[in-house]
Design a protein around this ligand. Sequence first.
Ligand code: SAM
Length: 238
Amino acid sequence: MSFTNQIQAVAYCRTPYKQKFGIPRQPGLVTAARGFVELAAPFNHIDAVRGLEQYSHLWLLFCFHENLAQGWKTTVRPPRLGGNEKLGVFATRSTFRPNGIGQSVVKLHAVHTHNGKVSLEISGMDLLDGTPIVDIKPYIPFSDAVVDAAGGIAQDAPILAKVTFNKQAQQQLQQYQSKPQYPALAELIEGVLAQDPRPAYKKAKADPKVYQVALYDLDILWLALPEGIEVIELRPSQ
Ligand code: SAM
């Protein structure tokens, strides 16, 4: 059965994440990721967010718009299980879902209004830049936080890799992080790479490949060494 109401974007998310590779797999894992939820017409009215500033966190309901064309699958292979074992789509947080809807709790820093535009300053998101937001709701701790809940295959946060910068990358980092368009750049790179974004089957093996993640308008090049992740270059995205 389909609905009569059309679902439409109420906002778009602006984030440092310019490509899917490297985005944390859940919110709150990389708190240095700062961004904005920019309300879209006709919802970009200050009255629509009146009272929201009383909350520290928000639920964002959004569309996995980059994966919609690929449709959905009954079973998926969660990265947590090394990409080998299959689970039902509704038993996972896979992006290949029948309605392509995602949900994330993010920290709310401020509600901004400027020239008739409304935007919410947030952090900790796991969303691609430009993601359409289909609803925004306050996070309500007494009801939403279930402290003794069973977390299935995702009971604990992922184990973090050690991240270092080689000499060249350190110098480049110094240069970029002094610019206001790259807030908390060092923490952002460390937080993203500590998740080791490589596919699970690669993680246990020697890996000579140079990997790249895109943050803001920078490409971050890195190696996966036996002792951890080494950032080797920061350069403007092509
Ligand atoms: N927290 C959400 C949830 O549980 O519904 C999303 C979890 S999903 C596993 C997170 C991944 O979605 C990110 O690592 C990124 O690769 C992917 N992603 C984020 N925004 C996306 C978008 N707009 N379109 C497609 N994939 C997206």
